[in-house]
Design a protein around this ligand. Sequence first.
Ligand code: CDP
Length: 216
Amino acid sequence: DQLVIAIDGPSGSGKSSVSKAVARELGAAYLDTGAMYRAITYSVLADGTDLSDANAIAQAVRDAQLEISVDPDAELVEIGGVDVTAAIREPRISEQVSTVATNLDARAELVRRQQEIIKANLRIVAEGRDITTVVAPDADARILLTASEEARLRRRGLQLGGTQNDSQLANQVLARDAKDSTVVNFTQAADGVMTVDSSDLDFEQTIAAVLDAIST
Ligand code: CDP
């Protein structure tokens, strides 16, 4: 039988590192769906696609030759044969990624590809913003990983009202979440989705809480 674990959460909830650790623990594959949105963003920026042209962005997603590793111990993202694993983490990508994420045709195509990847793996932990609700609503376990705003910014090494750079970056993270949540609701658990609040948990405790939620 296939085992699918769906984990959603906002920026700084610890989603990626926790999901990866949970995948290792379960001997499962790991899918970082955010990396797919980031890779498309990298590609449209590199190609000079007009970001205000929704159709052009949707077409770019349909045309994209996107490869993503599902090995939790070997991160690799390639688009058009180019290794963009490191480049997709750059701030310029984080700043623009919501343009792709709020494009409904782009989402439909990425959701389709994510479902294909999930189907191809016997055991998989998939992580993002809409996995519990859209990509894998029938997953064996569905978890929303939340954390207070303060905890989320702290994990990003940021503080509102800190240095000017700090609060500027902090505002960017919150603005991205606000923009993302206009198309997907990851701030409230949908029916049947378990919430794990990591505000007062350290990394190991969060992993334990998620594994606990999976086994119940
Ligand atoms: O940096 P952070 O962990 O917050 O985000 P990420 O998981 O790398 O995802 C980057 C961006 O991709 C998010 O801000 C969303 O705009 C988008 N995303 C999405 O819309 N749906 C998903 N399932 C995953 C990511």
